[in-house]
Design a protein around this ligand. Sequence first.
Ligand SMILES: [Zn+2]
Length: 84
Amino acid sequence: MTAYSPDARIAKRAQELARSLAQLKDNPRVLNIRVIVPPEACPVCQEVAGTYSKETAPALPTEGCSCPRGSEAFYQPMLSEIYP
Ligand SMILES: [Zn+2]
């Protein structure tokens, strides 16, 4: 039996975040990218919370994060409003 190590879990999460960021960047309806951070997250994570352009969105999970359960920051798209 192979134990599911925390490192593997974090690596999988990093992969998912990278993929979601790539998808948001590819989507023309996405104007900006917001980084959402839970209120109980560590100071390093708190620092990256905010709204970014597609070009400046930071890589997640945050480097140097000390959240007990690993970084829980995630991307949220800010869509352009399209009126028919
Ligand atoms: Zn953190």
